[in-house]
Design a protein around this ligand. Sequence first.
Ligand code: MEV
Length: 316
Amino acid sequence: MPATIGTAPGKIILYGEHSVVYGRHAVAVPVSKVRAKASIFPRPDLKPDEIKISAPDIQLDCQLSGLPLEHPFAKIFELAKENLNLDHFPAFDLHIKSSIPVAAGMGSGASVSIAILKALSSFLGKPFSSEELSRLSFEVEKIYHGNPSGIDNTVVAYNQPIFYKRGAPLQLLRVHTPLMFVIADSGIKSSTFDMVEKVSKARTDAIPQFESFFDRMDWIAIEARKAIEGNPSEDMGSLLTQNHRLLQQIGVSCPELDSLVDAALKSGADGAKLCGAGGGGNMIALVNPNSAGPVSQALQEAGAANIIVTTIQEND
Ligand code: MEV
């Protein structure tokens, strides 16, 4: 029998990470050049609920029944069972592969969850809608992130650029003119859980100051949205770099990310910032077809572990 496949893209946050946790606006886009893929191979020779999972990227090779209940994959199966009204799963092997760097600010956790949920629901003949994929994977994000804003699962599930505010109705973004970004990996792994916690602790000691940083990030995201939709009153590149400076001030950058941002700006990027939780992971630089090459080269020379050049349009 052929495999049933579910795939999902990676993501980058263009504006507003961390402040989005505190109810401010943010802009995020899917990145299709990196993807998670879940493949289900039916095993009619085995008994119901005999499910073998292999995910070589994270050195996992086990039976579903051997995973602790609080494991993200166990949670995904529990949610799928509940929402598909199943008593048992038919037996199958699940293979998970992903080209999205792990712990690097590109939504790897949300993407893997959504790829599995897509594969499971298609295999069982009741494909989940984007809304269901987002809602269910948000439950798994709580295990990964502790206090997720919901931005990662939303942008990955809808696979569209979004203007996001926690708890508010979804707003898809219309990208007026394609946007070109160089994404560079600092090569440093970083935990979103720890970084969100770090900001929360630092904020406790300086609430008014952090609230004003978050308000400024909110203004940046709102202005960026206007620019992306073709009604600019501020320069998109400058907004990006301003956002990076604020992320430095709330303590989530690191010397390696700062030197990649500096290298991008010096080599002709229109703007640059870290993306995702920070403390490592990736940064982005806004470029055009002429500056993409020199900026990529400068980032490589500044120590980037990996470079992706991507163009964001309405439906990446
Ligand atoms: C992580 O991709 C983005 C953060 O803002 C956390 C979140 O929004 O859940 C750091």
